[in-house]
Ligand binder design. Sequence first.
Ligand code: TRP
Length: 442
Amino acid sequence: MHNESQWKSSLGFILASAGSAIGLGAMWKFPYMAGIYGGGAFLLMFLIFTLFVGLPLLMMEFTVGKMGKTYTTKIYEKLTNRKWLNIIGWNGNLAVFILFGFYSVIGGWIIIYIFNVLLQICSFNGGKLSQIEFESIISNPWLTVTGQGIFILLTMFIVMMGVEKGLEKASKFMMPLLFIFLIIIVVKSLTLDGSFEGLKYILQPRLEDISIEGILFALGQSFFTLSLGTTGMITYASYASKEMTIKTSAVSIVAMNILVSVLAGLAIFPAISAFGYSPTEGPGLLFKVLPKVFDQMAYGSGFYFIFLILFLFAALTSSISLLELNVSNFTKNDNSKRKSVSLYISVLVFMISIPATLSFGSLSHVKFAAGTIFDNMDFLVSNILMPIGALGTTLVVGQLLDKHALKEHFGKDKFRLFMPWYYLIKFILPVVIILIFVVQFL
Ligand code: TRP
């Protein structure tokens, strides 16, 4: 795949990498994290981190991919002649492997909801969507393990068949449609009685709600939504053509991610106060609140069904790139091994995803460090492996790569952004990442 550019235009590149980056992070994780860590205060910190840390790091990952043009467990060696630095690529590989494990839990929930809504539509009994009981679904081991199994199988087949291209084409209309749906939900949510409290909660930053923990999780959230430190975005840029513009692409992806996160917040929080939920519901927040909103709409079940399909699609465009990253690193882009490697990795992912699923049921009492098994997997990825990966890459780019070569790949520099960006990567961001990283263990 590497000698030819996969995307002819910059727009093609942006759409494909946006499909990979925008997924459960913005729509499912952002609202529940914001709910726990202070609403508006969390949103503010998330915005600051995304703009001042995430955006420059995304530009950095794009530059590395564009310069190195190979799979990510080789790219560091290729750029620096130091083999041991490939460890940064392996760190990313481990991160996406675990990430896929807990991502599939939520992917599985979406699939289970799709079946439930379909059953309800077909039974014509006029039942309400909110009768779908979240707690009894997620604590049912057979159901949830089957759901995540289906999600992993779907991902695996797409990667095995190499039909990601088709999916990317489909995402050209599926993603805008998802946007439109989000806006419809926001409008409905804002017109509910009692929605103002929730709106205020997510939009008004109250300084007393800012905590060290909140700061850490807001940074983790920026890393998660932008796929930073996992080498995912490096891989995408390594496939891109020369015309790919680093700044425009990075700004577009950051903007889309912020937009989807904010829309998800505006969809969920007004409904939380209108229906009397607590913002601190945790990972189930979206699944508990949205059915209630759709219940208030004419043809709500039908709309909810379409929304879930679009949501599943957004999750799949991310999970295929999670699996693809592992596959490309283990096959070293030798396509004859593609099918068997996809299968092995998927089986392993399925195995590690089972305890993550069960941590919402029979293993819910198993708690250590960051909480349940699921919480710990997320914490390990978002707050440890991703920052380590990003830190490693800032050190390589800032200390080892040639400034002029970087400048050349950075592209035309109408706004003279290169120097401030370079100094940020060289001196400031490594210190910021180390500081925040260390603080969580104090
Ligand atoms: N950004 C993705 C999301 O928000 C998750 C993610 C993190 C990811 N790293 C990745 C997806 C690497 C693909 C590849 O849902």
